[in-house]
Structure formats: structure tokens, C-alpha cells
Design a protein around this ligand. Sequence first.
Ligand code: ADP
Length: 370
Amino acid sequence: KKKIAVMTSGGDSPGMTAVVRAVVRTAIHMGCDAYCVYEGYEGLVQGGDFIRQMEWHDVRGWLSEGGTLIGTARCMAFFERAGRLTAAKNMILNGIHALIICGGDGSLTGADKFRSEWPSLVDELVANGELTKDQVAPFTHLNIVGLVGSIDNDLSGTDATIGCYSALARICEMVDYIEATASSHSRAFVIEVMGRHCGWLALMAGVATGADFIFIPERPQDQDWKADMSTVVRRHRKMGKRKTIVIVAEGARDRDGTKITPTEIKDLLADKSEGGLALDTRITTLGHVQRGGTAVAYDRMLGTLQGVEAVKAVLEATPETETCFIAINENKIVRKPLMKAVQESKALAKAVDDKDFDMAMQLRDTEFAD
Ligand code: ADP
């Protein structure tokens, strides 16, 4: 019987638990034994109780849960060869043939490194007497498949990562709450959302809530952004608009690469000196509410369909098959080369057509148009 393990790693995201449920049940359905590795790579390095066989009923009720019920962690030991050597030993001792990893680009990079090193790790375990030749014989290569769990939608090659639509829904809900109070008091709000390298959440939340301004890492502001912002806000207020909403991604910056902070934007909007906007301005940092909570329907669906596909991919893989991750492209669940996507993600921000974006931003003015 094939033994397939699933783990969640790196930052948690809603829908990861749906992945675990889908992998466990698909594996069992396909006649395999299903395992969970608890606490990400930490569990693989620790072994013992961190690696547990799962039955059908163990994942009952997991579909809609937020976060990950098998835990996740950042594991320093796995960055080192020694940690990966112990991880390999634990996998072999548990008889695990294949590993499905749901995590961000860091976790998937770690997975690929583990896979490429695998034969040499196995040789070393035999050479230093930790395992016998017979023990390692069925484990000549490591079969891995990646699933992208990330609220940031920051992986190239897939339309959506598992969790991004839940986080987006949460942000929009929070901005709606804030808007009501902003209008009541004619206030301005600067809302900081997650996204150190990727502004997808800020951008989409801005479009979906009709925010006045959006600051994202991929679109650095011109040096004179402060003057532009003042002009637009002044015009809006003259026309009778009672609220100003600015959404800032954590990684927002200007063309020099200097970080643009919510405080800086607040100071501009609240400036009481002559010619200043003098708006009653508040900063709201949404923080971890963006990550938590249950998964929206889309993420449950994505986690489930991709979990099923991951098990199929694992069962069909041969030592010659290129390592893949499961993507969604134009509503189709597909397998794609893993490392190409990771490398491209580092090089290029997920494309959003600038023209579409500009038009959407113009809509903030239409309620005042003739
Ligand atoms: P994410 O998967 O959300 O991007 P991290 O970048 O923190 O999160 O990665 C999660 C874990 O994956 C790390 O704590 C580490 O154990 C493992 N990992 C990440 N990058 C590597 C790497 N280059 N080599 C080995 N392991 C890695």
C-alpha cells in the first residue's frame, strides 16, 4: 500500500484545512494510507507523534475551518542539510512514499530542495549506519507535489492561491464597516492591509470597495504623489464627498524604493497648516483578522479540487516526471512545473493590466460626474 503524507507549511491561509481533508480522503479512496505531518517541516524533522496516520472520519467537519488544523510552523532546521537528513530518515521510518505540501513559495522551495537532494540524503543515511540498504530500497526517489496556500495571491502561474479570496472578502467587509463611520463623521481612513511584496489584496480590495487611493509595492508612487493626492481629495471634498479611504499594502513604496507608511499618509491628510487638508484622519491596521476566520466558498472549492488533483498527480508520477504544483488557470485545475513558478514569482509581480486598473480607479469620481 502506498503511503501519502500531507502537510501545511509557512503562513497559514483559509482553505488549507480543506486541502488536508481532500488529500486524506482521496488517498484513502484510491487505496492508499493517508498521513498528516503536523507543524510543517518541524514535524518532519521531529518525527514521532508529529507524523500520524489519518482515517476518513479524522477530517470530518474540516472543510470550512479557517487556518490549518494540523498546524504550521517556520522551521530553521529544515534550511540546513542536517535537518533535511533527519526529515528523510523519519519519512523512511514511517514508510512514506510521497509528500503533498501546501504552503507559500518558501515552503515549496524547501520541498524542491528536499526532493533534489533525496538520493544523496538516502546514501548518507546508509553510509553512516542510521538505516540499512534494505530499509531504503523502496525509497530511491521522493515524490512531491505542491499546493499554493497563501493569502497574498503571490505565486506566478496560478490565477488564485488557496486563501486569497477569503482574505480579500474579510478586508472588504472591514472596509465597509469603516466606510459607514467615515461618512458619518466626514473622516479619512488610512487602512493598512497585508502584502509585503505583492499588492494583489490591496489592489483588489481597492477596486471592490471603491477606495480613493491604493498604494502597492508593484506600482511605486511618483515623487509628487502627495501633491496629486491633495488635489484629488480637495476636489472630492468640494464636491461633497464625506469620506476618504486609502488602502496601503505593507510593502508600499515610492520610485526611490522608500517605504510609504500609513503615518506619512495620515500626516498629509490631517495637515492643519495653511493649505493643508486638515481632515480628521485615522489609521486602521487590519492585521491578522485578514488571515483568520472560515474559508469562503471559493477557497473551500479550490482546496478540495486541488487536493484531489494532488493525490492523482502523486500516484501518476514517475522518477522522470517534473515536480509539479497544482494551479488553477481559467477555471481549470492543472499541473504546472513547480520551480519555474517560484522563480517567476520572485522576478515579477502578478500582472494586473494597468489600463483596467486606471479605469476602475476613475470610478471613484463618477458619482459626482454630470
Ligand atoms: P511560506 O511557505 O509561507 O513562503 P516561509 O518562507 O517561512 O513561508 O517558509 C516556510 C518554511 O519552509 C521555512 O520555515 C523552512 O522550514 C522551509 N523553507 C523555506 N525556504 C527554504 C529553503 N530555501 N530551503 C529549505 N527550506 C526552506
